[in-house]
Ligand binder design. Structure first.
Ligand code: PEP
Length: 220
């Protein structure tokens, strides 16, 4: 049975109170599947809170950050570095299209971030919207998230066939798991995860609701 990765990207959402409510609701569900790996990527401010909840409840959830500094520790105001992230998380999303678009992240910066993640033994989940971007990462050990721009936050997902074709093409150049992101919901998740070249999903909006996220995990 293939391993299915489900990566919830909370983006810039939730306070501590909201996170506690989410966790309480989520833990009601019995979701221990041996073939499913569940990763939540909250804002940096919530990593500590979630780490404590996970330890206290012996939860199977793994944690990821949504970004990483391209620099090591030092005089880089506002940045959170790999050594700091590693205290809380095992994964990090890198090169999300929102970071490329709103924060001008270049390929050069993204590669530096991947190298920092590797230095601190964080698994990079690198987002790409086309095969050309993927070509820049062929020499790294990572997870690729194929996220077509039109599908992110639009309610208009790619077709499972097209996403599978892209995942297949990416796997021809990178030996890595490839997950799909872009308007994933509990209604459409299975159509993606049942595809032979797709190893999981990266829901954004749908991961904010504990019931919906639990349903995605059940149905994936
Ligand atoms: C994402 O967070 O990368 C994403 C695909 O968001 P959404 O599921 O809301 O489209």
């Amino acid at each position: 049975m293939k391993k299915i990765l489900i990566v919830g990207n909370w983006k810039s959402n939730k306070t501590e109170i909201e996170t506690n409510e989410w966790f309480q609701r989520f833990t009601i569900y019995d979701l221990r599947f041996t073939n499913k790996e569940i990763i939540i990527c909250p804002p940096f401010t919530l990593l500590s809170n979630l780490k404590s909840s996970i330890l206290n409840h012996k939860s199977f959830i793994k944690l990821g950050a949504q970004d990483i500094s391209p620099f090591d520790e030092g005089a880089y105001t506002g940045e959170v570095n790999g050594k700091q992230i590693k205290e809380f998380a095992d994964y990090v999303i890198i090169g999300h299209s929102e970071r490329r678009r709103y924060f001008g992240e270049s390929e050069d910066i993204i590669v530096k971030k991947i190298e920092m993640a590797q230095k601190y033994e964080l698994t990079p989940i690198v987002c790409v919207s086309d095969i050309k971007q993927a070509e820049n990462y062929t020499r790294y050990t990572l997870i690729i998230a194929y996220e077509p721009l039109f599908a992110i936050g639009s309610g208009n997902p790619d077709t499972p066939e097209n996403a599978n074709e892209m995942a297949k093409k990416i796997k021809e150049i990178i030996d890595a798991p490839v997950i799909y992101g872009g308007s994933v919901t509990s209604q459409n998740v299975k159509s993606f995860t049942q595809m032979p070249s797709i190893d999981g999903v990266l829901p954004g909006k749908a991961s904010l609701d504990a019931n919906e996220f639990a349903s995605i995990i059940e149905k994936a």
